[in-house]
Design a protein around this ligand. Structure first.
Ligand SMILES: [Zn+2]
Length: 390
């Protein structure tokens, strides 16, 4: 029995959109779900209780960053990540793989793992499947991710093939390390305080080569894991290619397990991903663009820096009922941004997260009522096409 389990309630009659519930030791998560990112054990510019209050059911945190600062042993001493950051709902941690591979020349990959230099002080480190498991066990997140190699885009077929095979070998090592750890505690358990309260998700790689994706899916599902992620997408390829890969390869992952599309979170991608059978998403986009004065609203992106908002005393998004939109005007938000006020990041981040969380709430409701396609059309008719140049 896994500590994290999934129940699939229904699949949309016209698309592959799914409604489900993930049960974790820190509570239930209704899917499909968007997970706000709290890189350094904080969703930037928000208090944990604010994030909870706006309806976030789970957040993501980054192994690479917490390993470097403050160090996973300190988080362990603090009683785990939940207690350390005052968040009592589920947490998912990534494996550190993606961040390490993003370091470019500052890292070297071998069969054993990835050797890298810290982006903070240049100090030398090594992350391996075993090390990543050790760190994530210390953090105590509910869902832990396998240490994988994320091939860049574009990448030669040979490179991607080698990379996915390495990812599978690393997954087996991750699973062994995790099982050993869980066995010492008496196995995985859904009850807090008894046994290991963490479950491992595997990651499908294979770049934009559908046959390689299928091979990866076959290999990773040989292990009975609590869930599976799609990695290596949204790394620079056109969105149409990502959608096609999802369309062609998601059916290779078991229907009864949750499917997590890593690093994707613009509103259009949420709709397109859900339509193709994705249950979980995460992305820094809403929080990052907020700090650059950019909002996601029902009527598309709003760049608050724009002079035309100087005397605009209407809310950021007239259809939004968040704290920001209920109490402040575009003119005020523009003023805060122009003055470099801390409150600018706080209010903009609050709105963007609220917007994505509400959108996902409505997507779930639409699937429940079997009108996902209608809701998608309605959303796009107002939101328009996404621009990605942040
Ligand atoms: Zn709002």
């Amino acid at each position: 029995m896994h500590a994290v389990t999934f129940e699939l309630h229904k699949t949309d009659s016209r698309t592959k959109a799914r409604r489900g519930t993930l049960t974790t030791p820190h509570g239930k998560i209704e899917t499909p779900i968007f997970m706000p990112v709290g890189t350094a054990a904080t969703v930037k510019a928000q208090r944990a209780d604010e994030v909870k209050e706006m309806g976030a059911q789970i957040i993501l945190s980054n192994t690479y960053h917490l390993y470097l600062r403050p160090g996973h042993e300190i988080v362990r001493e603090a009683g785990g990540l939940h207690r350390f950051m005052h968040w009592d709902l589920p947490i998912l941690t990534d494996s550190g793989g993606f961040q390490v591979f993003s370091l470019g020349k500052m890292r070297k990959i071998t069969e054993e793992g990835a050797f890298f230099q810290s982006h903070i002080d240049g100090s030398r480190h090594m992350l391996s499947p075993e090390k990543s498991m050790e760190i994530q066990h210390a953090l105590g997140s509910d869902i832990i991710m396998a240490f994988d190699e994320c091939a860049p885009y574009p990448a030669e077929r040979k490179y991607v093939e080698h990379s996915l095979e390495l990812t599978t070998r690393w997954l087996r090592r991750c699973n062994e390390a995790h099982e050993e750890y869980a066995a010492r505690l008496g196995g995985e358990s859904q009850v807090l305080g008894e046994g290991c309260n963490q479950s491992l998700f595997g990651i499908m790689q294979g770049g934009v080569y559908n046959d390689l994706r299928k091979r990866s899916a076959e290999q990773i599902t040989e292990l009975d894991l609590a869930g599976y992620a799609v990695g290596g997408l949204s790394v620079g390829e056109p969105k149409e290619i990502m959608y096609e890969v999802l369309e062609e390869t998601l059916d290779c992952l078991p229907k009864e397990k949750p499917r997590y599309l890593m690093g994707v979170g613009s509103p259009d991608c949420l709709f397109e991903g859900v339509e193709r059978g994705i249950d979980m998403f995460d992305c820094v986009l809403p929080t990052r663009i907020a700090r650059h004065g950019m909002a996601m609203t029902s009527h598309g992106r709003v760049n608050i820096k724009n002079k035309k908002y100087e005397r605009d005393f209407t809310p950021l998004d007239p259809e939004c009922d968040c704290e920001t939109c209920r109490n402040y005007s575009r003119a005020y938000l523009r003023h805060l941004f122009k003055c470099d006020e801390i409150l600018s990041s706080m209010l903009m981040t609050h709105h963007n997260l609220h917007f994505l969380i509400r959108t996902m709430d409505r997507i779930r409701q639409a699937i429940d009522e079997d009108r996902f396609t209608e809701y998608k059309k309605e959303f796009y008719s107002k939101y328009g096409l996404e621009q990605d140049n942040v």
